[in-house]
Each structure stands twice: as C-alpha cells, then as structure tokens.
Design a protein around this ligand. Structure first.
Ligand code: CA
Length: 229
C-alpha cells in the first residue's frame, strides 16, 4: 500500500511517515501543494493524506484539482483547527475523511486503515454490476448471468454510463453529451441514441426474463430499480 503525505511542517510530516512506515506502508512525502499534486498525477497511490493549511497552493486547491482530473483515490484531510468550516470545505471538495490537528498517531492510523479497506472495495475495483449484469472496465468485458455480451464501442459506453448512474434516469441529453460528446441534442443524435438503446436491449435484456433497461417516457432510460419504476 502506497500513501502520499502532503504536509509542509517537517515535524508532522516526519512523524506521520515514520509511523506509517513502521506499520508497513510505503510513504512518499511532499512539502508543498504543487509537489503533492505532481506526485499524485505521476505516481499511483492508494491513499492521500493532505494537510489543508499549505503555503501558496492550499490542500483544498490540490484536492479540487485532483478531483477535476478524475483522480479517485481516497483522501484523508488534516485540518489545523477544529472548525466546522474547514471540515465542510474539505469534505465538499471530495475528501473522504478528516483528522483534526493535533492528533494522536493511533487515531490517524485508524482512519487510514478504514479508508484503505473502503478503497479496496470502492475505488480499487474497476468492476460495476447491476443484478446479474457485470462490467469489467479494465478487460472491457460485459456479461450477463456470466455470458459475455458482444457490444460495439458505443453500446459499451452507454452501458458504462447507465451503470455509473444506475437507479437514476439518464436522459437523452446526458447520453448526447457524455457518450456522443455533442453539446446540443438534435434529431440525428436522438436517432443514433434510440438505435443504440434498441440494439442494446436486444443483447442485454431480450434473452433474459428480468429486464434491466427500461424507458421512462418523456425522460430517458434507467438501468435497474430506482426512481419512477
Ligand atoms: Ca500545514
């Protein structure tokens, strides 16, 4: 397990590093927000421990920028003051948990362990599922009841988008923007979407008793149970 620690205070950074290393984690430290951002982009980590109070580029800036580029690693924020604002700001920006300074190392370690456990289940896995429908994003495979489905690239992308939003209605606007990458919905795109959805339905649902992909009249499509069923 590799952990990136971004903390400008040497004493704190060293204490965290030594504690984590003696527990068996591999630790990389960065002393500025900029450096932390670069390390997080260039290398792969299982967890980021991020001080919010950093000179120039604050921890909040680092976190915001990392989430903007789609970094999904769990983030544990260190806040200097026990203020509600700091906590809310950190969690709003996409932090997963926080520890208030000064903290005892066992407290930090407990949070680290909890996040890494969660991380291996939520973030580490690039597999998604709904009922007996499974998608493996790394192998680019989709299967239902264990039977592989042969999908076109667009069909695959539609299933991926539906799975990411499972249980929620996905509109034609969303599909046009997120899958077809067009800003404006237009008749040709709507036709392409409908054709793709119909083909998908034949592969995904027709052979099976339980139908997973439903049309919500006037709104769009939904995969799995959810609102407006
Ligand atoms: Ca600091």
């Amino acid at each position: 397990m590799r952990i990136l620690v971004v903390e400008d205070e040497d004493k704190v950074a060293n204490a965290i590093r030594e504690g984590l290393e003696s527990t068996g984690y591999e630790v990389r430290t960065a002393r500025t927000g900029e450096e932390g951002y670069v390390f997080a982009r260039q290398e792969s980590f299982d967890l980021l421990i991020l001080d919010l109070m950093l000179p120039r580029c604050s921890g909040a800036d680092v976190l915001k920028r990392l989430r903007e580029i789609g970094a999904q690693l769990p983030v544990l924020v260190l806040t200097a003051k026990d203020t509600v604002q700091d906590r809310v700001a950190g969690l709003d920006l996409g932090a997963d948990d926080y520890v208030v300074k000064p903290f005892a190392f066992p407290e930090l370690l407990a949070r680290v362990r909890a996040l890494l456990r969660r991380g291996s289940a939520d973030y580490g896995s690039l597999k998604m599922r709904q009922d007996d429908l499974e998608m493996d994003l790394v192998a680019r495979r989709v299967a239902r009841s264990g039977h592989p489905l042969s999908l076109t690239v667009k069909e695959f992308e539609v299933v991926e988008f539906l799975l990411r939003n499972k249980g929620h209605v996905v509109s034609r606007e969303m599909l046009a923007q997120e899958v077809w990458k067009v800003a404006e919905r237009a008749t040709p795109i709507d036709n392409a979407i409908d054709i793709t959805i119909n083909r998908l339905r034949r592969k995904l649902d027709d052979p099976y008793e339980k139908k997973l992909l439903r049309t919500v009249r006037g709104m769009g499509f939904i995969l799995g149970e959810g609102e407006r069923s």
